[in-house]
Structures are given as structure tokens and as C-alpha cells.
Design a protein around this ligand. Structure first.
Ligand code: PLP
Length: 379
């Protein structure tokens, strides 16, 4: 168990920030790295061509280690939507084939698939929310030979309902469906191993559970997809781009591995150092320890909420770091606003009130949450 790490963040004592699913605060070390990056851009005579590559490679390697992959497998992208769009550009569907998704899935992992089937034929099959909350069983029942692509999260972004990605990955291979994952709501707080799941693509934005900046993300690309089409054709993704003087010798070849999919201007001098600082801190804590610590925290909140008549996905079907509370008759009108007035921050998505603490949270924050919740439910 990791003790409270609030001292590493800049969070006033009276703020109970229970909303990592919305956006994490930045570690002080991450802000320092960002400021140093801005200073670098302020003095461009100190920026050498090698600087366009060095931090990108460090970030790639750190993210790769987090998921048990290698730096060769990783592209730098600005958003989850960008990563999913690369997968959609390079995967095939067609008449009588399906893209399988979950009900109420995050839109960046829905719209690209709707577009794809509109262009190429086939359909999006939305797996309904199962009454017993067991997404894995529902998915295994839905994925058959008609599935061309299965596009999923590790846990549902509204309430943390978990998918057993090892079991779903095995089913996808059995029916020859591609598996595309958006791990924005889990990586950094829930262990994940590429070798066990064997997905085709994984994307992840950095601004939530990776504790990084906004407008940065990663894309893992499995080896069979390395010769695909990038979304855009920029100079740095081409072979030999390290030699700035020779850039007008246009090249057909790309940088090796998944680098061909990097977004333009990926060498962001402020954001990349921030991503690196955040990933180093996560590595130092260790994802299993983060997961265990957050699971205990959310289990205690869920238990206390049950006493008030609220419900949540049962512990064995929920990602430990992610809690969505449901109220009989729906979330009371104005409840998030009333909580915010008392400096307690949560978010409502799809009928659940997400309570998603991280290591900055202390017991007093949780007491504050319940001090507002209890009278609100009495009314
Ligand atoms: C599951 C999930 N994926 C992705 C994102 C962010 O998407 P994008 O990076 O496309 O803005 C969010 C934000 O709430 C999310 O919940």
C-alpha cells in the first residue's frame, strides 16, 4: 500500500479532488518539467536536431515498459481519437462483418467505427449493458466469426465495469477479429500486459491515470500492422529525418517500428518532458501498488455508500481504481454542483456518479464527500 502522496501535488487542504476519471492534477515534478520545456523553446538557439528525437524515444520506452512492449511498438499521438482513427484506417470490415463495442462506450472509440462501416459496409454491434454487470460474458457471447474488429476499454468509463481482456483477446484470435483497445481510463492504475492480451492496437491519452498533460497520448501497434498507412505524412516520420540539411531528399521509407504513425510536431518541447516525468513517477510507485492502494480506497467508499442506499458494480466485476455510484431514481438534480460548492469534485457520466480518487486523496477528503452526500440523500 502506498501512503498518501498529496505532498507531491499542489492541492489545497480544503479541496477533495475525487475526479481522476475526468482529469488528473499535475505532479509538481511534472509542472517543473513543463516549465523547463517552455524555457527551452524560449531559447531556441539551444535546441539541436537531436532534441527532436531524444525525448520522444525516452517517452516511447517508458510507455512501452508500462505495458510490457518495446519502444519499437509505440507511436506518439495527440489524443485517443487519433490512435483509434489510425486503427480504423488500417483495419478491414465489409458487408456482413461487424465492429463490436460496448453500450455507452466513450465516443472517441465509437465514431471512427461508425464512419468505417458507413464507408466500407458492415455494422457496429453494440453489446447491451448486461443485467448481471458481467461485460466479459456478454462480449464472449457476442463475438463470433462475423466480428472483424472488437474495440473496447479495459473498464467502462461510466462505472468501472471491467472487461477480462485476456479472455476476450483469446476469443478475438479464435475468430480472427482484430482487437483495438482504448486504455485511457485504466493504464497507470490497472496492470496490463501486452503479451497476455495480444491486442492489435492500444491507444491511451495521458491526462488522466497517466498523470500527464493534455494533448498527448500513445499508440501501441502490433508487429503485423507496422507497414500500414499513417493518418498524415509529415517530415519527421520518414527515414533519415535526423539529417535536417538533407530533408529535401524526399524519401519513400519511414522511420522504423510504429514511428511512422507519430503525429506531426510530436517533439513537443513542453509536453514531452511532462509525460516523461509523470511516467517515471508511476514507474517508481509501481502500477500494482497503485492499483492495490486505489482498490482499497474505492472499496471503502463503495461500502460506505451502500449504507446510504447507493449501489455500484460489485467488486469482482469492477476495476479497482474506478467507482461509479448509482442512486435509486438517478443522480439527484444538482448534486455534483452542491458537492463542488463544498470543494468536493466528482463527475456524472451515463447515470453514474464517478468517484475516482488517486494517491493525493486522504481520509478527510472522503469524510467531506459523505458530509455532503448524506444530507443530500435525506431530502
Ligand atoms: C475512455 C476514454 N477514452 C478517451 C478519452 C479522451 O479521448 P480523446 O483523447 O479522444 O479526447 C476519455 C475522456 O474522458 C475517455 O474516458
Amino acid at each position: 500500500m502506498i501512503p498518501c502522496q498529496r505532498h507531491l501535488f499542489d492541492i489545497p487542504t480544503d479541496v477533495a479532488y475525487l475526479n481522476c476519471a475526468y482529469m488528473s492534477p499535475l505532479l509538481k515534478s511534472v509542472c517543473t518539467a513543463g516549465h523547463a520545456g517552455l524555457e527551452r523553446k524560449a531559447h531556441p538557439w539551444q535546441i539541436k536536431p537531436a532534441h527532436f528525437f531524444e525525448d520522444s524515444e525516452v517517452a516511447r520506452a517508458l510507455f512501452a515498459r508500462l505495458i510490457g512492449a518495446s519502444a519499437e511498438d509505440i507511436a506518439l499521438v495527440p489524443a485517443a481519437s487519433y490512435g483509434i482513427s489510425i486503427a480504423a484506417l488500417n483495419l478491414a470490415v465489409g458487408p456482413d462483418r461487424r465492429v463490436v463495442i460496448l453500450a455507452d462506450q466513450f465516443p472517441s472509440n465509437v465514431y471512427p467505427w461508425r464512419e468505417l462501416v458507413r464507408e466500407k459496409g458492415g455494422e457496429v454491434l453494440t453489446v447491451a449493458r448486461p443485467a448481471d454487470q458481467d461485460w466479459t460474458a456478454a462480449l464472449l457471447a457476442a463475438i463470433d466469426e462475423r466480428a472483424a474488429i472488437v474495440a473496447l476499454p479495459h473498464c467502462h468509463w461510466t462505472d468501472g465495469g471491467i472487461v477480462d481482456l485476456v479472455a476476450v483477446g483469446a476469443r478475438c484470435r479464435a475468430v480472427r477479429a482484430a482487437l483495438v483497445l482504448d486504455l485511457t481510463q485504466s493504464l497507470g492504475a490497472l496492470p496490463f500486459d501486452v503479451a497476455a492480451v495480444r491486442p492489435d492496437y492500444i491507444t491511451c491519452a495521458t491526462y488522466k491515470w497517466l498523470l500527464g498533460p493534455y494533448s498527448m497520448g500513445f499508440l501501441y501497434v502490433a508487429p503485423p500492422h507496422r507497414e500500414g498507412k499513417p493518418l498524415e505524412h509529415g517530415w519527421i516520420d520518414r527515414a533519415g529525418s535526423e539529417n535536417f540539411a538533407a530533408l529535401v531528399n524526399y524519401r519513400d521509407g519511414f522511420q522504423p517500428g510504429a514511428r511512422r504513425y507519430d503525429v506531426g510536431e510530436r517533439s513537443n518541447f513542453a509536453l514531452l518532458p511532462m509525460v516523461i516525468a509523470a511516467l517515471r513517477q508511476i514507474e517508481a510507485w509501481g502500477v500494482p501498488a497503485i492499483a492495490e492502494t486505489l482498490a482499497e480506497r474505492t472499496a471503502a467508499i463503495a461500502h460506505r455508500a451502500t449504507g446510504l442506499g447507493l449501489s455500484s458494480v460489485p467488486g469482482h466485476l469492477r476495476a479497482g481504481h474506478f467507482l461509479g455510484l448509482r442512486f435509486r431514481g438517478g443522480v439527484p438534480d444538482g448534486l455534483p454542483e452542491r458537492l463542488a460548492q463544498k470543494q468536493v469534485y466528482v463527475s456524472v457520466r451515463g447515470g453514474s456518479m464517478r468517484v475516482t480518487p488517486h494517491l493525493w486523496v486522504n481520509d478527510a477528503d472522503i469524510d467531506k464527500l459523505f458530509a455532503v452526500l448524506e444530507p443530500a440523500l435525506d431530502r
